[in-house]
Design a protein around this ligand. Structure first.
Ligand code: F6P
Length: 325
């Protein structure tokens, strides 16, 4: 890095995730402890291109550790995918004398970070996404909170499902990833889990519901990931018309999964990765994403992050079937 006082830009991008604020706080305060200035970039890559910047000091990030969402706001930017958008962003960074950039976000955001790093910008990525579909980390910021939100909702739905002896089709988020659905299947005790990675049919779901009824269960819980090949509304309608023992109801959990106060675990990993991001820049490490592996925080080159796909864990997927007996 250049000598003299350093300035780091920080932004959140893509879908928000609980714990992003904890990460922002950790970056700002670690920077401050090391005599580095931080500039907050509003609205993700859109704000970077527009120069929506504001200085952030330790007091500006007080009282945000426990808050969901992101104080820096976020966006999904199409404009930044174009070279003109990227040029504009780099120009704005230079005008503000930013030496480096910390990007907190999901897969798309890491793609943007990699693009900038290819153009000479010193970038560190922090994985933030409830979907937990990012290569290079066991878990992303926000996933644990979303899991707990799902667990709370499904526990409640199971109460009413049991009282009425019904089958419930419950949709979790996850456009391209079955992570949340599979984990929900284990921690909430689902009869069947549908994921984008494994195609399913209405008949398969109907059979799982009927089997649950025959085995004497008082309810059937089916978790359908948003990105599976069967739409929850279609499934619910089709199965309700079939004679499978239980009548059917459905619930789409939707964006409720993205909000709320981060869990202790999310606050912890966000804080650890935020500290590590600044430490990386201080030792002139960049073009990497921080991640949690084993007990440590590790760096993975952004090129690896964006060129690998994280698949659903087959062992866990298998477990959902065994435990549904
Ligand atoms: O990327 C996280 C995610 O929550 C996905 O699971 C979901 O498909 C998507 O964001 C929804 O995005 P939006 O808030 O833009 O509708």
């Amino acid at each position: 890095m250049a000598t003299g006082k350093l300035t780091i830009g920080i932004m959140t991008s893509g879908g928000d995730a609980p714990g992003m604020n904890a990460a922002i706080r950790a970056v700002v305060r670690t920077a401050s402890a090391n005599d580095i200035d931080t500039i907050g970039i509003m609205n993700g890559y859109e704000g970077l291109m527009n120069g929506e910047f504001k200085p952030l000091g330790p007091r500006d990030v007080g009282g945000i550790l426990q808050r969901g969402g992101t104080i820096l706001m976020t966006s999904r930017s199409k404009r930044f995918m174009e070279p003109t958008g990227q040029r504009q962003a780099i120009r704005k960074m230079n005008e503000a004398r930013m030496d480096a950039l910390v990007v907190i976000g999901g897969e798309g955001s890491m793609n943007g970070a990699y693009t900038l790093s290819q153009q000479g910008i010193k970038v560190i990525g922090l994985p933030g996404s409830i979907d937990n579909d990012i290569w290079g980390t066991n878990i992303a910021i926000g996933t644990d909170t979303a899991m707990n939100t799902i667990m709370d909702a499904v526990d409640k739905l199971r109460d009413t499902a049991s009282s009425h002896q019904r089958a419930f089709l419950i949709e979790t988020m996850g456009r391209n990833s079955g992570y949340l659905a599979v984990m929900a299947g284990i921690v909430c005790g689902a009869e069947l889990v549908l994921v984008p990675e494994v195609p399913a049919s209405v008949d398969e779901v109907a059979k799982a519901v009927e089997d649950a009824y025959k085995r004497g269960k008082t309810h059937a819980i089916i978790i359908n990931a948003e990105g599976s090949n069967v739409r929850t509304t279609d499934l619910a309608e089709a199965i309700d018309k079939m004679d499978v023992g239980f009548k059917t109801r459905m619930t789409i959990l939707g964006h409720i999964q993205r909000g709320g106060s981060p869990t202790a675990y999310d606050r912890l990993i966000a804080s650890r990765m935020g500290v590590k991001a600044v430490e990386a820049l201080m030792e002139d490490t960049h073009g990497v994403m921080t991640g949690i592996r084993g007990r440590g925080v590790v760096y993975t080159p952004l090129v690896d992050v964006i060129s690998n796909k994280r698949k659903v864990n087959e062992e866990y997927y298998h477990m959902t079937k065994v435990l549904a007996r």
